[in-house]
Structures are given as C-alpha cells and as structure tokens.
Design a binder for this molecule. Structure first.
Ligand code: FDA
Length: 305
C-alpha cells in the first residue's frame, strides 16, 4: 500500500498538466505548511522567526521543468536577488538551487554562466550556495559542474544521495576539492540498476557515507528526519570526539518542528530547508510520496480554503 501511494505521488510530481493547473489556482492543498510563500519577500518573516528560534535556514527558489533560456536566466536573477535580500536583511540563511532550473537541460554554457553570476554575488555577500541533487540521470553532470566551480568558489556545496550505488566513489573523488556536502537518502524514483531499492540498504549506506565524510575531515550536513540517523550521528560525535561545529543537521520546513527545536537546545546547528516560489507543486508531491502521513494536512488544506 505504501509503495503504491509513493509511486502515485511520484507520478503526480512529474505531471506537467497538474503542475500548470496548480500554478493557476495558487498555493493550496496544505502546501503553505511546508512552503514559505510564493515570493522571497513572503518568506522573509518566516526566516526571521526561524532565526529567532535559533535555527539556520537555506532557502530554495522552487523551480522545475525549465526549458527556455530566458526562463533559466530569470531564475538566475531571482537567485541573485535572494542573495542580496539575505545580506540586506541580515538573515542567517544560505541558498539552495537546482541546476535544471538554471538551464542544465538546455546547455552547459548557460548553466555555468548562470551559476557564476549567482556565485559571484554570493561570495561577495558571504552567502553559501548548495546545489541540490536531482534524479540520477543528472548526477554525473551536476558533480562535474560542482567540482569545476568549487575551485573558484569556496562558498559552494552539493548533495550526495545514499540510495545511489555510486555515492561511495563520489565522496572519494570529491575529497580533493574539500567539499561541503549535504548527505541525504534520495527523493527520486530510481531503478535497481543505479540505486538500492531496499530501504535498509539506503539507511545503512547513509550511515556509512556520514562516517566517511566526517573521517575525511569535511564539514557535513546530515539531512534527515529519521531518529535512527540523528542518533547515529550523535553516537559518531562521541566515538570520533567530534565538536559540534564539524557537522549540522538539516530538516525540511514544517517537518519535525519539535525535534528541530530540541536539537538546538542540545547545542547542535540545525538548518531548515525553506522552499518558496510559484512552482511548489512538484516539491509538494514528492513530500507526500515520502510520507503518506503528510496527506492528512493536504486534505485539511483542501477544505480550509
Ligand atoms: P525517511 O523518509 O526515510 O523516514 C524514516 C523515518 O523518519 C520515518 O519512519 C519516521 O519515523 C521519521 N520521519 C520521516 N519524516 C518524518 C516527518 N515528516 N515527521 C516525523 N517523522 C518523520 N533529496 C534529494 O534527492 N536531493 C536533495 O537535494 C535533497 N535535499 C534535501 C534537503 C534537506 C534539508 C532534507 C531534509 C532532505 C532533502 N532531500 C533531498 C530529501 C531526502 O533525500 C529524503 O527523501 C527525505 O529527507 C526523507 O528521508 P528521511 O531520511 O528524512 O526519512
């Protein structure tokens, strides 16, 4: 049953007709519980409140299915503006972005130009940028771009997904560029040819990758809502005598709010991933796929509007 509902919501997340309808009808179905508004300005008071509660933030301007050069350049401008607003409002926030929204599927040159525009501004304003990882067909190109840009921009991070067989080798290869990595289980529908299908394998590989990246001496972001992963990280902290400034926890906005606050109380850095923008639809559907319990607040959202 769980697998059916997961596949159903992943299918919906890729449905372009529903995506267009969702944009036309605005932010509904409970999405506002996990999305920070349709513009960066709407997200500012939310970021301020999170910062006030001791939480760090990374904002993500939602965007998928970008197929025109003009749209990709507009997206880059929006990221530049977000960086400027973070600095001007003295927000404790990084930004996260997806390379497909900046033209990865259009041309290599376009995506590099867009990234450099964003990174120059971000470096000048001391804002960190993390490249989200998308589906496995884009992993190789994303990591190649990451490695080439990381040489000139130290304020750049990316994501490694523990469901992919290749991730152990990727961490090995990234070691030489002193990476800033967010480690996650992975959110896309992947085949057994490239990814572990068994959830236990995904979980144990995430533990393995966390330990490996910390042993390599790199600051590590552990992005998971799973108590088993959080407790494992705390166990590593003791075993490896890590200090709390060698790693951070990351969680999605609106998920496990009490756990986020508890970790802050315990002295950990916790970063909340706050998506905003008109393109909330695909993001929202993937969250429903991950956790059918989220469907309950989606249904409440339909009737409360
Ligand atoms: P998982 O879904 O495996 O659940 C394990 C257990 O955790 C559950 O049984 C439950 O006990 C608990 N749990 C999970 N969610 C909960 C909730 N909402 N409330 C209460 N308990 C809950 N993916 C990707 O492919 N590319 C990316 O760039 C990113 N980026 C990213 C950033 C951040 C900050 C986060 C937190 C996640 C991502 N992801 C991602 C998504 C990631 O790959 C993964 O799909 C989700 O985090 C779900 O996996 P978890 O480890 O959180 O728990």
């Amino acid at each position: 049953m769980e697998a059916i509902s997961k596949n159903f919501f992943l299918y919906l997340s890729n449905n372009k007709v529903l995506d267009r309808l969702a944009k036309r009808f605005g932010s509904r179905f409970g999405a506002d519980k996990i999305v920070g508004g349709e513009t960066f300005s709407q997200a500012i008071p939310i970021i301020e409140q999170l910062n006030h509660d001791g939480l760090q933030v990374t904002v993500d301007h939602l965007g998928e299915f970008v197929t025109s050069e003009e749209e990709a350049r507009n997206r880059a401008e929006e990221c530049v503006e977000a960086v400027q607003l973070i600095a001007e409002n003295q927000l404790q926030s990084e930004i996260s972005l997806k390379l497909t929204s900046l033209g990865l599927d259009i041309s290599h040159q376009l995506v590099i130009e867009n990234m450099e525009k964003i990174l120059k501004e971000a470096q000048a304003r001391e804002v960190t940028v993390t490249i989200d990882m998308e589906d496995s067909s884009r992993c190789e190109s994303t990591l190649e771009i990451y490695k080439s840009l990381k040489k000139d921009y130290s304020n750049l991070g990316t994501v490694i997904q523990s469901y992919l067989y290749r991730s152990d080798c990727d961490i090995e290869e990234l070691h030489s560029v002193d990476p800033y990595l967010r480690l996650v289980k992975g959110a896309y529908k992947e085949s057994g040819k490239v990814a572990f299908i068994d959830k236990e394998m995904v979980d144990s590989n995430l533990k393995h990758l966390i330990k490996k990246n910390l042993k390599n001496g790199h600051y590590t972001a552990i992005a998971s809502h799973d108590d088993a992963i959080i407790n494992y990280t705390k166990q590593l902290e003791r075993e490896m005598s890590l200090s709390k400034d060698q790693f951070e926890f990351q969680m999605l906005y609106g998920m496990r709010n009490e756990t986020q606050k508890q970790l802050v109380k315990e002295g950990y850095t916790v970063r909340v991933y706050l998506p905003y923008g008109e393109d909330w639809y695909g993001y929202f559907m993937r969250r429903l796929a991950e956790r059918p319990a989220n469907v309950a607040f989606a249904i409440k959202g339909i009737f409360s509007k």
